[in-house]
Ligand binder design. Structure first.
Ligand SMILES: [Fe+2]
Length: 197
């Protein structure tokens, strides 16, 4: 008997690693701490014990290169998913500086098509991973008695953090960040992306 398996409604996380991340991140790291120095209290959202900037990084010229790359990546994804041609992509971005002991509670981003994170500096793997929770909520009622996780049976999936790595996922996909158990700050840029005619 031949059984055919077909994935319906998959949740996709896209990622890329920038070749020039060493020089790019050195610059971004300096700019990130400058922002924190200017506004030491920051804003409080899903961050526990971490510092978060205002979501206005997209307007700052010193972050122009990473902003452009975030939008380019989202445009590529949108093209691959047959979005209407000619849409204008727009985003809001913010810096997260998560010191040892900091984490981000599980959440999702309403009112955007894509969300994501770009990693600037961290000490992996102890800095804590980005993790995603199964959006098929009814599946939590009766988890499968499996000995090994597969993309079908998993209820949570961790994505390894890495400097220079960009992750992009649909805004509705629930996610959080584990506690930073390293001795260094975990520094990244998070963002939400929309597209308009
Ligand atoms: Fe988030």
């Amino acid at each position: 008997m031949e059984l055919k398996a077909q994935a319906l409604f998959p949740s996709v996380v896209w990622s890329t690693l920038f070749d020039d991340h060493t020089t790019l991140n050195k610059e971004l790291l300096a700019r990130a701490y400058e922002l924190r120095n200017k506004d030491p209290s920051g804003v409080s959202r899903t961050n526990i014990a971490g510092w978060q900037s205002n979501n206005t990084i997209q307007q700052l010229p010193e972050f122009a290169l990473i902003n452009r790359r975030i939008l380019q990546a989202c445009e590529r994804i949108a093209e691959s998913q047959y979005f209407i041609p000619g849409l204008t992509f727009d985003h809001q971005a913010w810096v997260n500086i998560s010191p040892p002991g900091a984490s981000n509670q599980i959440h999702y981003h309403a009112n955007c098509y894509f969300s994501g994170v770009y990693y600037i500096s961290l000490d992996a793997p102890k800095c804590g991973s980005l993790f995603f929770r199964d959006p098929r909520t009814a599946s939590r009622m009766m988890p499968f008695p499996a000995t090994k996780q597969t993309p079908f049976t998993a209820s949570e999936v961790r994505m390894p953090p890495e400097p220079g790595r960009l992750y992009i996922f649909p805004g509705w996909l629930e996610h959080g960040v584990e506690v930073n158990q390293s001795d260094s700050d975990r520094v990244g840029i998070s963002f939400n992306v929309v597209a308009r005619p």
